[in-house]
Design a protein around this ligand. Structure first.
Ligand SMILES: [Zn+2]
Length: 536
């Protein structure tokens, strides 16, 4: 007989036990009673896994009987002519496989268009898991059972691709479930699943860039597993491997018509790798306590950022769900830790107090009218504002109900009602500003990059882009309330000028930031209990 005939084409060739929870293959056991699924983490009795395998085989065999009316046995026999086998495969098996496979492939590609990672102390519930791992692992078992019928190169290639992609998809579905939960061992399991998915796809050459991506994600999760288990020194080398692998994948998918849909997701995964590096370095830089307590305070910060993803305000949800957003914020945490170790790593406004609070400096370019008519050129000026970078902890500001308390209210400053009208009357056309923000600009010009010493520092919860969006809301309200401003100002889009830290002296529920600004000082930096809980 030929070499092909020596294969063992029985559907019962799937000998591995299967997990009762997710149907993934289980490792061979050596006389133990309990086996733990390396894919979903479920522990089960070996005897139960064996009974479950029997159920799976009944389903696979029933499917085979339906697919091949004459029965598999007639063709599985090693004495059957390869041409007859190939004919059965093409006429009966391939059409059934391809119908089910095309659905899985579509859903797999949709899943791959999302970044497949999650920050420590957070959950990712937004991954599209359109199928259950059990159904997809069952499909993989069906493909494996009929694989011996594929005889020519094209059929073998198609079986390899189908089995590989289905297996990878099933492992990724388990990861989607793990990312939605904070199981302590999740990074360990996710690393195993990404590795298994990469391995499964090696038989399908068209998925080569995806193999790079999945192996890189395995490295990232290995690093995060080390980091969350306080093996901080082991993490960076895994992050470096992840970065190299993701960059390689990113380069390849850009030129790949089918896989180009992954490009943005890989960019976000690279942001996650950088954010993970910031977490580890920040914890290592902390000199105020031991590494475990430092990781705990990092955990409070990350958990709060995770909670903000669930805010009932759609305009903020998508921003906080973006991994680039987290990356930007975690870099500022690293800056704070460096400043506490004596490096001039953060920009501090002159003043004094018992804690430093983060503010975004925002420029608002505008043109104003000083007479009955708009001047030919108008008068171009720029106003400077400061926005509390912890404003999500102020319920009125985050909801958009009233944002005025968390910023330097330069156009409407309370206790100075009518100031704007007076300013307009005095205006002669030589002004650089007619709003009340002069003291803010003066202070910003004196801000310096500096070390911070032992003082408590509150990390920002928002990016400059978030603060600019809040200022847009503020300006809209200003124009609604004050018709003079609406008629006489032409406002341009706010521009982010940078992050600065200002001294405050918290007492009771008041942060008392920048008292030298008088009535212009922001009244709120958010709920002080919540703000204090994340101070570093
Ligand atoms: Zn399992």
């Amino acid at each position: 007989m030929s070499a092909a005939a020596s294969e063992s084409p029985s559907p019962l060739s799937i000998v591995a036990l299967r997990c009762r929870a997710c149907t993934a293959p289980l490792p061979a056991t050596t006389g133990e009673d309990i086996v733990k699924c390396p894919s979903c983490g479920t522990s089960q009795r070996v005897v139960d896994a064996r009974a479950f395998l029997d159920q799976i085989m009944l389903q696979v065999n029933a499917w085979v009987r339906q697919a091949i009316p004459m029965g598999m046995d007639a063709y599985a026999s090693t004495t059957v002519d390869p041409v007859a086998r190939q004919t059965v495969f093409m006429n009966y098996v391939a059409p059934r496989l391809s119908t089910e496979y095309s659905e899985y492939k579509f859903n797999l590609l949709n899943l791959l268009a999302h970044p497949l990672g999650v920050l420590p102390f957070q959950v990712e519930k937004g991954l599209p898991a359109a199928n259950t791992p059990a159904n997809v692992f069952l499909f993989q078992a069906k493909v494996t059972s009929v694989a011996p019928l594929a005889m020519d190169a094209a059929a073998k290639g198609s079986v390899a691709e189908t089995a590989g992609a289905a297996t990878a998809y099933a492992y990724l579905l388990n990861n989607a479930a793990l990312a939605a939960d904070t199981k302590p061992e999740r990074y360990y399991l996710m690393a195993k699943n990404f590795s298994a998915a990469a391995e499964a796809l090696k038989a399908a050459p068209k998925y080569a860039p995806l193999v790079d991506r999945l192996q890189a994600l395995a490295d990232l999760n290995t690093g995060l597993d080390a980091a969350t288990n306080m093996k901080l020194y082991d993490a960076p080398s895994s992050f470096d491997k992840a970065k190299t692998g993701l960059e390689s994948a990113r380069g390849k998918v850009a030129a790949d018509f089918d896989l180009a849909i992954m490009a943005q997701a890989i960019d976000k995964e690279l942001a996650l790798v950088r954010a993970s590096g910031s977490i580890v370095r920040s914890v290592q830089l902390d000199t105020t306590g031991n590494a475990a307590s430092s990781m705990t305070s990092m955990g409070r910060y990350l958990a709060l950022l995770g909670n903000l993803r669930d805010a009932p305000y759609p305009q903020w949800r998508s921003r906080f769900a973006d991994l680039s957003h987290s990356e930007e914020l975690l870099r500022t945490v690293e800056d704070i830790r460096n400043a506490q170790r004596g490096s001039p790593a953060i920009r501090i406004l002159p003043g004094n107090g018992t804690a430093l609070f983060p503010f975004w400096a925002i420029d608002i370019p505008y043109t104003f009218q000083t007479g009955a008519l708009w001047r030919a050129q108008g008068v171009e000026v720029t106003e400077a504002m400061l926005v509390a970078a912890t404003f999500p902890l102020d319920a009125n500001a985050f909801s958009g109900t009233d944002v005025s308390a968390v910023l330097t209210d330069v156009f409407m400053a309370r206790e100075r009602s009518g100031f704007f009208n007076d300013a307009m009357k005095r205006a002669s056309g030589k002004e650089t500003s007619i709003s009340g923000g002069g003291p803010v600009r003066d202070a910003l010009s004196k801000a310096q990059m500096a070390p911070a010493g032992a003082i408590k520092i509150v990390p920002p919860l928002t990016t400059g882009a978030d603060a600019a969006a809040l200022v847009q809301t503020y300006l809209l309200r200003v124009r609604q309330v004050d018709r003079t401003i609406d008629k006489q100002l032409r406002l341009s889009s706010p521009r982010v000028a940078g992050l600065v830290y200002a001294y405050g002296s918290p007492q009771g529920m008041a942060a008392n930031v920048m008292p030298w600004l008088g009535g212009l000082a922001p009244r709120s930096v958010g709920d002080l209990n919540a703000v204090g809980a994340i101070a570093l």
